[in-house]
Design a protein around this ligand. Structure first.
Ligand code: PSV
Ligand code: MN
Length: 424
């Protein structure tokens, strides 16, 4: 399904005068308004191919129907999101959940929807039916060289798919670790993992990056071989200049100061990419911004400050991806909300009076520094985000239009009630 352009135009016409009133109100106080709107238009967030269907927990999964049954339909769904918000112009593929059998045709289809391929994700955390060796006791850390070799070859195969699709990065998330003390020689597991990653690194094309994603625990509960940003940073540093750390917001121990992690990684030139989601307890994979929007703003504040300090391009120099699971909401509605939450946090961070904040910090004026940050956070930037979307050809209220057009019912009619998308 695609949305006819006139339907977006009709929707925008209906909301235009109310939008203009709220936009003019906030815009009058914004310095560099055009620059800010351009940055918002440029910013694109990749949608993961595994999050277009209903998610689940180990206790169950409750499908809402109309889920995409193949990669083509997944691209169609991302195309729909992008038509509505003009900020979802990329896709992050997971192999082998979404193997592009005919890469040329898939690339052409994506281009038709205005989508490019962001980071490719490998998977050595599950066994596949045709697989020779099991990953039960790890992949790149495994004591058996044959298992490590299989994991290395899988990653190289993922790079090959990515090259065909025009992607330029690989995200490696390893579930490697141990569940009981004594199970693993921790030092040797680290060393074996490094050696395996080095082989993958050697297979990277010149213009490619590899992102090493860390996670504190799950599925292993005693040790995780890439368990925190320090370990990821160690691997990335030892691997070389094409290796970076990837921060998944849900992969920290409770109360970790993620904004500080981001600031330090950026300062070292080793921050590569992001997986956005939100959590209350662990890796809950909830909609980003739904639990702790202030933390998301603080993270974006460090991102903007750190990227500007290094002269980086906000839109292109880091990989921005959603990594969430939609257990009780319509996945497409959840993704629209996710993108909106990210754009809001980004816009708020762009509003921070950096000069005044630097002065307050210099004077150790703690109260003023807090006022400055919260003045940006408490600004209702939604009209700015909506204006950028309007200028780019999107809908003023994507979620409202999605519902009004009955997109989910159309998809159920097209694809059926009992469809199951690939993914976790
Ligand atoms: C692991 O929890 C993770 O965050 C990795 O990025 C995986 O690729 C993804 O989730 C799988 O859902
Ligand atoms: Mn992730």
């Amino acid at each position: 399904m695609q949305i006819e352009k006139y339907k977006i135009a009709e929707h925008n016409d209906r909301l235009l005068s109310a939008h203009k009133r709220s936009f003019d109100y906030i815009a009058s106080g914004v310095q560099n308004l055009q620059d800010l709107l351009q940055k918002l238009r440029d910013f694109q967030i990749a949608i993961p191919s595994w999050a277009l269907g209903t998610g689940g927990t180990r206790f169950g999964r409750f499908s809402g129907g109309g889920e995409p049954g193949n990669l083509e339909e997944k691209l169609e769904d991302i195309g729909l999101l992008h038509q509505l918000n003009q900020s979802s112009g990329a896709v992050s593929l997971h192999i082998p959940w979404d193997i592009p059998k005919n890469a040329g045709a898939i690339k052409a289809l994506a281009a038709q929807f205005g989508l490019r391929f962001d980071a490719m994700n490998s998977n050595t955390f599950q066994d596949q039916p045709d697989q020779q060796h099991s990953y039960k006791f790890g992949s790149m850390q495994h004591v058996d060289k044959a298992v490590r070799q299989q994991a290395i070859e899988h990653n190289i195969e993922v790079i090959k798919y990515g090259v065909e699709l025009g992607s330029e990065s690989l995200t490696v998330w390893l579930s490697d670790g141990s569940s009981f003390p004594g199970q693993l020689n921790l030092r040797r597991a680290h060393q074996r993992t490094l050696e395996s990653l080095q082989e993958v690194y050697a297979a990277l094309p010149e213009n490619w990056k590899v992102f090493v994603e860390y996670k504190a625990y799950e599925p292993n509960f005693y040790s995780t071989t890439v368990g925190d940003w320090g370990q990821s940073f160690l691997f990335a540093s030892k691997l070389g200049p094409k290796a970076y750390t990837l921060v998944d917001l849900g992969h920290h121990l409770p109360n970790a100061n993620i904004e500080q992690i981001v600031a330090l990684l950026l300062n070292e030139g080793k921050l590569g990419g992001f997986h956005f989601n939100d959590s209350k307890y662990g890796d809950d994979d909830l909609t980003v911004g739904s639990i702790n929007p202030y933390q998301l703003f603080l993270i974006f504040n460090e991102l903007v400050e750190g990227m500007d300090a290094r002269g980086m391009n906000h839109a292109n120099d880091l990989g921005w991806m959603i990594d969430a699971s939609h257990n009780v909401k319509d996945p497409l509605e959840d993704l629209l909300q996710s993108v909106e939450a990210i754009m809001i946090a980004y816009a708020q961070a762009l509003l921070v009076d950096t000069k005044a904040l630097a002065e307050a910090q210099q004077q150790s004026d703690v109260a003023r520094a807090q006022e400055i940050l919260q003045a940006a956070y408490r600004t209702d930037v939604r009209p700015l985000v909506a204006e950028a979307r309007l200028q780019a050809g999107g809908a003023l209220q994507p979620l409202e239009l999605y519902r009004q057009l009955g997109v989910r019912s159309h998809l159920i009619k097209e694809r059926g009630q009992k469809t199951v998308a690939t993914g976790l």
